[in-house]
Design a protein around this ligand. Structure first.
Ligand SMILES: [Fe+2]
Length: 374
């Protein structure tokens, strides 16, 4: 854990886990004053625009009147008590940390399909376990979800708000003669992320199996973050190219014309993985001179090989009453082909945003911590 210490009468310093030490910036501290003159105490929202603060704001005095409480007087005359624990909790977060369990990357050897029994009235301990599993692995499988059309919407509503699209609140996945998408055929589907032509891309997909009488049609999953890190290791040029080449994705039907651009491997400013956008049936790289396209196609092929390799893929039968919920910005999904003559295969899908499960995780964690304290 990081530590705070009063280094002089005018300086509060932090020491981070890696040993790095520096003085806390006066404006950074002033923005975090939680007194009634600085902040609306009910909403936690600031009552002033911090850009109006004196750019040369300084600390005129700092003391620790009781352990873990820092009394700071600023050069604009404002004085406030700041709680060390709150400053440290924020200091402990990496810049892109969402304050939820970090992804635990997996491949075909370490990836495991655990099935959790669904209940429509989970207690906080169950919710915490489910959400932790989902946030770490990027997916969770529930069994015992009522085999009724639309019941996946109540599972989705447990974790967030349904993201309606031009397909409606939910969509049916079964083979039809005049399919508008290859998902609605019996063909195998290579690993892909869903709907990269939307902006924003759906964060989480739920797939609920209502009937599966076929012996094929296995669900496949790949941890795109693990494959991307493997690409970075084995072919750093390909990784770099795929993280900076925007690709155009498009979906068209009579009433809809969606176009969005995204880099296949999206990184944050610190090189952390944000999202994978990969759908080789829908991607159209913008025109570039042939030598640059050569490099792009070589890089895409290298990534595609990893994504389709048995090294990264897990496959399993999603049986009737089972529901797969997956992070569509991290995982790629697909299915093996099946013989529609064997019987019916009917799944329903819907989307929710990724911020829902993250929010619920923090709320449940806070409730559980309160219970333990009480
Ligand atoms: Fe899909």
């Amino acid at each position: 854990m990081p530590r705070l210490h009063v280094r002089s009468a005018r300086e509060l310093a932090v020491e981070l886990d890696g040993g790095q030490r520096f003085a806390l910036h006066p404006i950074w501290l002033r923005e975090r004053c939680r007194d009634a003159r600085s902040m609306d105490l009910r909403t936690g929202q600031r009552l002033h625009d911090p850009s109006d603060l004196d750019p040369d704001l300084s600390i005129t005095s700092v003391s620790e009147p009781e352990s873990g409480l820092y009394r700071i007087r600023f050069s604009d005359g404002h004085e406030a008590d700041l709680v060390g624990r709150q400053l440290l909790e924020e200091a402990a977060l990496a810049p892109a940390d969402h304050d939820v369990p970090a992804p635990v990357l997996w491949d075909a050897t370490t990836g495991q399909v655990r099935r959790f029994g669904w209940t429509a009235t989970p207690d906080d301990a169950q919710l915490h376990e489910w959400l932790r599993r989902f946030l770490e692995a990027g997916f969770i499988v529930f069994r015992g979800v009522p085999v009724l059309p639309g019941s996946l919407l109540s599972v989705g509503a447990t974790f967030g708000f349904t993201r309606e699209t031009n397909f409606g609140a939910l969509f049916d996945v079964r083979s039809t003669a005049e399919a508008s998408d290859l998902a609605y055929t019996s063909l195998p589907l290579d690993p892909h992320t869903d709907n990269p032509y939307r902006d924003p891309v759906p964060g989480v997909q739920l797939l609920h199996c209502l009937v599966n009488e076929t012996s094929g049609g296995l669900s496949t999953l790949v941890d795109g973050f693990a494959a991307a890190r493997a690409l970075e290791d084995r072919d750093p040029d390909a990784f770099a190219l795929l993280s900076r080449t925007p690709v155009r994705f498009r979906y068209q039907d009579e009433a809809t014309d969606l176009v969005a651009s995204a880099v296949p491997i999206q990184l944050d400013a610190d090189g952390g993985l944000v999202a994978i956008h990969f759908s080789p049936r829908l991607d159209f790289v913008p025109l570039q001179p042939p030598e640059r396209l050569d490099a792009y196609y070589r890089a895409r092929r290298a990534f595609d090989r990893l994504l389709r390799s048995p090294e990264f893929e897990i496959r399993f039968l999603l049986a009737a009453g089972e529901l797969l919920m997956m992070d569509n910005r991290r995982l790629l999904h697909g299915r093996t082909g099946f013989d529609p003559a064997e019987g019916v295969r009917h799944l329903q899908g819907c989307y929710i945003d990724i911020d829902g499960p993250r929010s619920l995780y923090r709320v449940v964690r806070r409730r559980l911590a309160g219970k333990h304290r009480g």
